[in-house]
Design a protein around this ligand. Sequence first.
Ligand code: PA5
Length: 460
Amino acid sequence: MNTRGEHVLKFDFSNCFKENLGTGFTVSELLTDASTVTHSLNYIEESVPGFLRILKTDESLNEVKSLEKWVQKFDSIVVIGIGGSALGNRALHSALKGFSWNDLSNNQREGKARVLVLDNVDPESFKVIIDKINFKNTLFNVISKSGTTVETMANYLVIRQLLENQGIPPKEHFLFTTDSKKGVLREIADKEGIRTLNIPHDVGGRFSVLTQVGLLSAMAEGINIEDLYEGAKKAVRKYINCEKPEENPLVVAALIFHKSIKQNKNISVMMPYSKRLYDFADWYRQLWAESLGKRYDLDGREVNIGQTPVKALGAIDQHSQIQLYNEGPNDKIITFIKVNEFSNEIKLPVYENIPDELQYLSGNDFSNLIIRELEGTAAALTNNGVQNMTVIFDKINESSIGDLIVFYELLTAVMGKLLNIDPYNQPGVELGKKITRLLMGKEEEDINEKIVKAKRRYLL
Ligand code: PA5
């Protein structure tokens, strides 16, 4: 908590340096390159990428709030989208509403909506979601910037048919969140008068959680989107205006990650010790992978750069992954996420007859145990020379989540600049989308059919 009583994020980088690891670089060695990051930050501030521009006004927030009354009529919101058009919604839901929200009654939720995400085209998981809702009081928010993504379009078509089969007017149960001018969804909306929200033209999917994409479902389930926005805006000021690079966690993190990539640490593990943040790690995986995984740099050189993001969950993955992280190839940098104050506590009992070996647990509590597990794991990794850092939450709330989102969006943008690549495109994703459409029988220009046929020859 800072002096104004606000919950702000803290960052512990101690285990990234020679002082603790016994190997690698010292704090002062790292900071000799600080000006490269501050220049990149200045460049990003001046070029105003979409994810920063949207936080300079309340346009996205106000557009979403204009639908508040209508949205309140629904018991459930089903987000139909994928990738950047779904992961942010799920991350906000898990972090700020927790796990049991969708199982509560309407009364217990005080009329706020349940939020479910239909992203895959796995026929079995589709049924699991559909079986949980009553179409008559469900709003389907179809989110797609391009308006062409096959999974989203397929889910939309099936839901539309199911609505029509029940005699429910699609116009009253669909909301399209899409580009303001282009795409099939825009065309259908214009023709049929379906309500829409605009996805800002300059914000790509994985940077869009704080636009209309993430805000509508968040508002519907009672997340305070003003506080989320305020937390995000404050974070922008904090990370961009910090005058001393050595006190700016964004500068220090960017320098550490940049060095780690240059030293062939090809894996970045995010390991929250709070299940509520596990879906945030999924959001981070997409952001880091799609933004930084690039074949060519901005000068057209083939660089095949990137860092594979991996998610793990504390304490569970201590019993699954940590052996490898400690003793396997030293090709990883680990980010732990620690939460100091949980919204629920479990006290361990004090028994008279408790076996001696378990006495240390007596009267303790789960939050203390899980935090000590994180600290023990970080210390073990440090002893093994594995770089690790910890992002610390006093408490998970709208403001601290806004801060976390901005931190990683800005960090990704800075990394793009340092690596001299375009963090906002995804040519590798586009190619796969095109080939899939071709395989499903749609004519696609610019695709060399041989790519597809050659792959088929490996079918055994
Ligand atoms: O980050 C991205 O750009 C992608 O992950 C997209 O969000 C994803 O492919 C879905 O695209 P669209 O919103 O166009 O349906």
